[in-house]
Design a protein around this ligand. Sequence first.
Ligand SMILES: NC(=O)c1ccc[n+]([C@@H]2O[C@H](COP(=O)([O-])OP(=O)(O)OC[C@H]3O[C@@H](n4cnc5c(N)ncnc54)[C@H](O)[C@@H]3O)[C@@H](O)[C@H]2O)c1
Length: 268
Amino acid sequence: MEENLKRFVGQHVIVTGAGSGIGAGIAHRFTSEGARVTVADINQEGGMNVVKEITGKGGTAQYQTVDVSKEDSILELVKKAQETFGAIDVAVSNAGISETQASCLEISGAEWDRIYGVNVRGSFMFCRACANNMMDNDVKGSIITISSTMGRTPKNMTGAYASSKSAVIMFTKSLAKALAPMGIRVNSVAPGMVATNLYRPVETEMMMERDEFVPWIIEQCITSGQLLIPRVGTPEDMAATVAFLASKDAAYITAQCLSVDGGMDWSW
Ligand SMILES: NC(=O)c1ccc[n+]([C@@H]2O[C@H](COP(=O)([O-])OP(=O)(O)OC[C@H]3O[C@@H](n4cnc5c(N)ncnc54)[C@H](O)[C@@H]3O)[C@@H](O)[C@H]2O)c1
């Protein structure tokens, strides 16, 4: 990261799923660039820890609880976040969950709904609540969703997750069209593989140790030539792109999905 870059001084940035992994990296990036950040997560312990780390480094952050699968919880989050840190300038819809490795022929309806409830409905409702907050306060802000490189390639064993992330890419573009007249930009970042808690259910199911799954896939992708930049992605890689898209440097960019995946072309 370029030292002394301070593009978000005076701005309120809200990040869902900021209690761990990529979301925590995004929260750290924005506070290091001068923003006040609302760390929103269903996991209070994780969220409070991230706030503690940020304030320990001299940054400004607050924790607010949210379950993005519940619309009331999202509306309460936006209300409380504004009470402390003011109108929202940047919203990052990052909270997401992965599924068990069921084949498209086997996945249950309940599991499908669980994935879509958080990744699609939850993400959309959060973005819309933040858009309403921006419009109510005449803020020409920026909204960024976190989709996935999996949302661009068909999958069998992760059909619900992959298609949920395709839906995220598409509603991002729809929202960008709806919000363009108000000067609000909406874009998506599609991460490749980052070693986070997202893969814990997969590791359990595949009887792997913690942190074993991602290096295993990365190694396969490197060996087969499916990963052009031969390393795993980091939360910092994702956060740098999210910050770019939220900044004035991206003032002419909207309705886009930017892959940050080392040139991954992984089919499974
Ligand atoms: N890690 C990867 O390789 C990867 C790749 C592509 C996309 N993504 C996406 O990046 C985003 C962040 O995932 P991550 O890898 O950092 O995983 P993670 O599990 O570390 O973080 C997800 C966070 O979302 C929170 N969360 C889950 N359900 C929630 C709910 N209902 N309401 C509020 N918060 C909730 C969790 O508590 C957690 O803190 C997700 O949308 C994920 O799909 C991750």
